[in-house]
Design a protein around this ligand. Structure first.
Ligand code: CA
Length: 383
């Protein structure tokens, strides 16, 4: 079957399954950059400049739509293997004043180089260089595998940092125990210290940095304007989940799941258990959700407050409308680009799609100029 046939078949299946599929005529599509080596995360540092991580270890700058050929200096050595490498980049809430940013990456354990850990550092961007590095988190215990890191970062409104830490693939039972970092969301202050109001600070034998547990491989993490935290995670086959996350709660993995192992083996006979949270939604078949944003831009006012979720399989964006902790509408957008690793919103409200793989692209999606009011902005034109 040719690629075109595959994509047509996928589109037909999606239509048959009752999803709405977008009308491509509504959008302008522009490739901003290509040749990126496994791009993973993007963040805007000004109206017309962004930083892009490549999983293989470089942090790249795109200015006025041009990819700078010289990577940012001062990025730590990473372990690029399997799903590991340089993953997230996010800015400090006061970045405009202090220049601080945060990176997550996998790296060999210092004393056990055959093992590796998820690391999170703070550093300051000075020109084209990172300085004043400070390690604020290392996942413990170290792992043998190079899979299921999580590695997403997001700030709560109080300035504390959430870190997703995946189950390491081979360590899934550990997601139910509170003495380790597998399958958790952690909450830290930006200096690496532990907030005193974390949920398990008074629980014997629990790590006080744990904020929620029972997760698998968390790839999307957002906080809405009212403080609601959503995460999505890769489940087993047929078990990818979107969860509303509350501190101290158990999200069930692997004791409950709607999926089965990719070998076909049953992981758990249970989909529900007392004391374990239900997903807000699960995807069967799996979509391998990658990034996620809450849309707050002006360019697509009809999407205000919606969740936009990029997905790797077969490769698209899901627009979800959430009401009363339920997904009341799911629309499939942008099926033409293959595996999409991440999605961000530009300052002008256009979307940046990050395609997956060794020739990754940054694709800008904006509203058709003919349907926008007035001329396209200078900012949009410069991107
Ligand atoms: Ca779950």
């Amino acid at each position: 079957m040719t690629l075109i046939n595959v994509r047509i078949t996928c589109a037909a299946l999606l239509l048959c399954s009752g999803f709405a599929v977008s009308n491509d005529d509504a959008f302008e599509i522009e490739t901003l950059a290509d040749g990126l080596d496994h791009p993973w995360a993007v963040t805007f540092i000004s109206d017309n400049e962004m930083l892009v991580t490549e999983l293989s270890g470089n942090l790249r700058r795109v200015s006025n739509g041009v990819l700078n050929s010289t990577p940012i200096a001062g990025v730590p050595e990473v372990l690029f293997a399997g799903q590991g490498g340089l993953s997230e980049v996010i800015l400090d809430p006061s970045f405009a004043d202090n220049g601080l940013l945060y990176l997550s990456f996998s790296a060999p354990a210092v004393d056990q180089p055959k093992l590796n850990q998820l690391n999170v550092i703070q550093a300051r961007l000075e020109g084209n260089r990172l300085v004043n590095h400070k390690t604020i988190f290392k996942s413990d215990p170290p792992r043998k595998t190079a899979a299921h890191y999580g590695a997403r970062l997001a700030f709560l409104a109080d300035g504390t940092l959430l870190i997703t830490s995946g189950d390491g693939f081979n360590y899934r039972e550990q997601a139910q125990a509170l003495d380790n970092h597998f399958g958790k969301i952690l909450r830290l202050n930006t200096d690496g210290s532990i907030p005193q109001d974390n949920p398990f600070t008074k629980t014997p034998d629990a790590l006080p940095e744990i904020w929620s547990y029972g997760h698998r491989n968390l790839q999307g993490l957002v906080i809405t304007d009212d403080g609601t935290v959503y995460e999505h995670e890769h489940g087993p086959q047929g078990g990818d989940e979107l969860n509303r996350v509350l501190p101290g709660k158990n999200y069930g993995w692997p004791a409950i799941t709607y999926g089965v192992d990719y070998s076909g083996a049953m992981i758990s006979p249970f989909t529900k258990q007392p004391g374990m949270e239900q997903p807000l939604k699960y995807w069967d078949p799996s979509i391998a959700p990658s990034g996620m944003i809450v849309y707050r831009g002006d360019m697509f006012p009809q999407w205000q407050g919606n969740l936009l979720i990029s997905a790797l399989v077969p490769g698209d964006v899901r627009r979800l409308e959430i009401q009363d902790d339920k997904s009341i509408k799911e629309e499939i957008l942008f099926i033409e680009f293959g595996r999409i690793r991440n999605i961000v919103s530009a300052p002008d409200g256009s979307l940046i799609l990050v395609t997956d793989g060794e020739d990754g692209k940054l694709i800008r999606v904006s509203a058709k100029r003919s349907v926008q009011e007035g001329p396209v902005s200078d900012i949009a034109a410069s991107l």
